[in-house]
Write a protein that binds this ligand. Structure first.
Ligand SMILES: Nc1nc2c(c(=O)[nH]1)N[C@H]1C(S)=C(S)[C@@H](COP(=O)(O)O)O[C@H]1N2
Ligand SMILES: [Mo]
Length: 508
């Protein structure tokens, strides 16, 4: 008890460590913003994301969904606070430990910043300058706190007073630096400004109007604001479409480069396509359908002249993502595209502005590169892209799946006729049947909604005469090749989940 009380009485020492780290980090952020380089703090987060073992990443996506990023950043901040407080305490006995601590922060920050796929040498500068500032602040505050005046005089301020004034000054200066960093980096947020100026042309090949009866249970298209988002980017890449370039190279006859205006000037296609994330669990939310506008990818590949042995298309993004797609799939006649529009608007920043790739029928991690800047024709034997290096499958067509959206799992249902409904998907193969089973009864055919093509999800419903009691409802789909949805439950890793979606309800 006594020891804890003693420890608490040493809060000013702990505070020296915290304020040193805070002011050093704020200065590093400010410098990075001035240099238009990535935030050193976010680089720590990105390093952790890239280094996180796949099972843990799976867990985070499953448990936290899109809150996984704020949770990660909060955890990093909390860990830094604890470390800083401990360093402050240790520095009271041995100031050299304090300096060593700040050096470790600076070096770790520089190493992580330099380790980012888009790093340049200058990225080491903000953490190093921040570390020096942190060491300086630590020494200064320690001096104020423990300075023994040579001639004590009644006019001099007590050490405690002087320390508090110094600490206040550090907080104000550091806060101003942090605010400045925020201001500069948001003023540099060219993406939104650039997006506001884009005028999308009309498609040369428009999507047909949705067929009658395609949306009996819910809106067919997912609004952009509701569309799931999955990526490793801690800050959304800010791209000016006016200076953006797409390079096509690697195993091609002619390297090509395209501007955004050049892409928009080409004949564009508009298609309804369902995009699915491989991390989607049975019954999960990570899929959506949009009306996409884009340039047929096969045409660009034909212009470059793809070598016969280039079996993998590696797309790269401004944030260093790499995604590998089979050349064979992109050139088999399906509507693989470089998308510039989503549901009648330029791509939202979070969904890849200004340009992203889309290949109907493939999970996003092997097809849907956002913020794309390069297409490199390669070979599966020669290059493993980002997720493959983390042991996800090299090729991953979307597995046939179906989901019950109503009634809600564990919900209460009034006795009588109840509509059981949801979506089923097997993009590019299409869904040809959906069956529903209540408890261990017979499988009953659900009514299928109409669809514009095989590339989208398909709504379905079945009117069920609900009798009082607890019931399990299960759904399964069949794809266009007559293949039934796989019953066996497997996890999303390494190439997509299987298993029938089943919910329990109480009928009253
Ligand atoms: N640059 C980049 N593109 C990316 C990713 C990413 O992390 N970075 N994630 C991919 C994954 S795993 C999926 S499922 C889709 C998700 O696209 P959305 O966020 O627009 O729904 O984007 C793909 N494209
Ligand atoms: Mo994904």
């Amino acid at each position: 008890m006594n020891r804890i009380r003693k420890l608490f009485r040493r809060w000013p020492d702990a505070l020296t460590g915290l304020l040193a780290v805070f002011s050093g980090l704020a200065l590093a952020e400010l410098l990075a913003a001035v240099l238009s380089r990535p935030s050193p703090f976010l680089s720590i987060g990105s390093t952790i994301i890239d280094a996180t073992p796949t099972p843990l990443k799976e867990f985070a996506v499953r448990e936290f969904g899109t809150a996984d990023k704020p949770i990660l950043l909060t955890t990093i901040a909390a860990a830094m606070v604890v470390l800083a407080l401990v360093i402050g305490l240790l520095a009271a006995a041995r100031p050299v430990i304090g300096l060593a601590g700040m050096a470790v922060f600076a070096i770790a920050g520089a190493v992580m910043a330099l380790g980012r796929p888009t790093a340049t040498a200058i990225d080491a500068l903000p953490p190093v300058v921040g570390g020096l500032a942190a060491a300086g602040v630590l020494l200064l505050l320690r001096r104020l706190l423990h300075h023994e005046p040579e001639r004590p005089s009644i006019a001099s301020l007590s050490n405690r007073r002087r320390f508090l004034i110094g600490a206040g000054a550090v907080i104000v200066t550091g806060g101003a630096a942090a605010a400045g960093a925020r201001f500069i980096s948001s003023a540099g947020a060219v993406g939104e400004q650039s997006r506001a100026q884009v005028r999308l042309p009309a498609p040369a090949s428009p999507a047909a109007p949705l067929p009658e009866g395609s949306d009996p249970i819910a809106s067919f298209h997912t609004p952009n604001s509701d569309f799931y988002r999955v990526d490793t980017a801690l800050s959304v890449p800010q791209i000016d479409a006016a200076t953006w370039r797409l390079r096509v190279g690697g195993r091609v006859a002619r390297e090509r480069e395209y501007t955004f205006a050049e892409l928009l000037a080409r004949p564009l296609i508009e298609r309804d396509i369902t995009l699915v994330c491989v991390s989607n669990e049975v019954g999960g939310p990570y899929l959506g359908t949009a009306r996409w506008l884009g340039v047929p990818l096969a045409e660009l590949l034909a212009e470059a002249g793809v070598d016969a042995d280039a079996d993998q298309i590696v797309s790269t993004s401004v944030d260093g993502m790499t995604i590998g797609t089979p050349t064979r799939v992109v050139t088999d006649g399906r509507d693989a595209m470089l998308a510039v529009g989503m549901n009648g608007e330029p791509l939202p920043l979070t969904h890849g502005f200004p340009v992203r790739m889309l290949v109907p029928g493939l999970y996003g991690y092997v097809s849907a590169c956002k913020w794309i800047t390069g297409i490199e024709l390669s070979r599966f034997d020669d290059f493993d892209p980002y997720w493959v290096r983390r042991d996800w499958a090299k090729e991953a067509p979307i597995k046939t799946s179906s989901r019950i959206d109503t009634p809600k799992a564990l919900g209460k249902v009034p006795a009588g006729t109840t509509r059981v409904a949801g979506v089923a998907w097997a993009p590019h193969r299409g869904v040809t049947a959906v069956e529903v089973r209540v408890d261990n009864g017979a499988w009953q055919r659900a009514t299928l909604a109409s669809v514009p093509s095989t590339d989208t999800w398909r709504q379905w419903y079945l009117d069920w005469d609900a009798t009082p009691g607890r019931h399990d409802i299960t759904v399964r789909a069949t794809d266009g090749g007559g293949e039934p949805q796989v019953e066996q439950r497997v996890t999303p890793f390494p190439d997509g989940a299987t298993g029938w979606h089943s919910i329990a309800v109480r009928v009253e």
